[in-house]
Design a protein around this ligand. Structure first.
Ligand SMILES: [Zn+2]
Length: 148
């Protein structure tokens, strides 16, 4: 697993050294086709800067990445007429922020994956302790901003 931008596939693409089907670009972000698509038109939006986790991007990078994701999702809607465009963010296998944009229809591969994951989320005994009223109250208290 590359730990820095020297060995990162997305940094190579951003630098113009890696092959990619780029579909949009601005000063801080790039959108390209995923080479292992879940569906026709499956795109990734990547930050140009090597940052593994999307929540560590700067505010300007966040604006760029998510506005680009919105623009590309709308074009995916026009081009492929999906039911909706699924979005999720990763940075683990390739430790460089990448937002997945997948044109999705009821019953397709990604829809089935998320339906299966949600069945696990709702039914597993392993997770039962996380959804008690006390556990939910405690988690919310940890997330809320500190009172001034
Ligand atoms: Zn990178």
């Amino acid at each position: 697993m590359p730990a820095n931008s020297q060995a990162c596939a997305f940094c190579e693409i951003v630098a113009g050294r890696g092959a990619a089907h780029v579909v949009d670009e601005d000063a801080l972000s790039l959108a390209l086709l995923d080479i292992n698509p879940f569906a026709e038109g499956h795109c990734l939006v990547v930050s140009k800067r090597h940052v593994p986790w999307w929540h560590d991007l700067s505010d300007d990078e966040i604006v760029s990445v998510f506005l680009m994701a919105k623009r590309v999702a709308r074009r995916l809607g026009t081009a492929f007429s999906p039911e909706f465009v699924c979005m999720y963010a990763r940075g683990r296998r390739i430790p460089h922020t990448h937002i997945f944009l997948v044109p999705t229809r009821n019953g397709d591969v990604l829809d089935g994956f998320f339906n299966a994951m949600e069945r696990v989320q709702e039914s597993q005994a392993l997770l039962a302790g996380l959804k008690t009223p006390d556990a939910l109250k405690s988690a919310a208290a940890k997330i809320r901003p500190a009172k001034r």
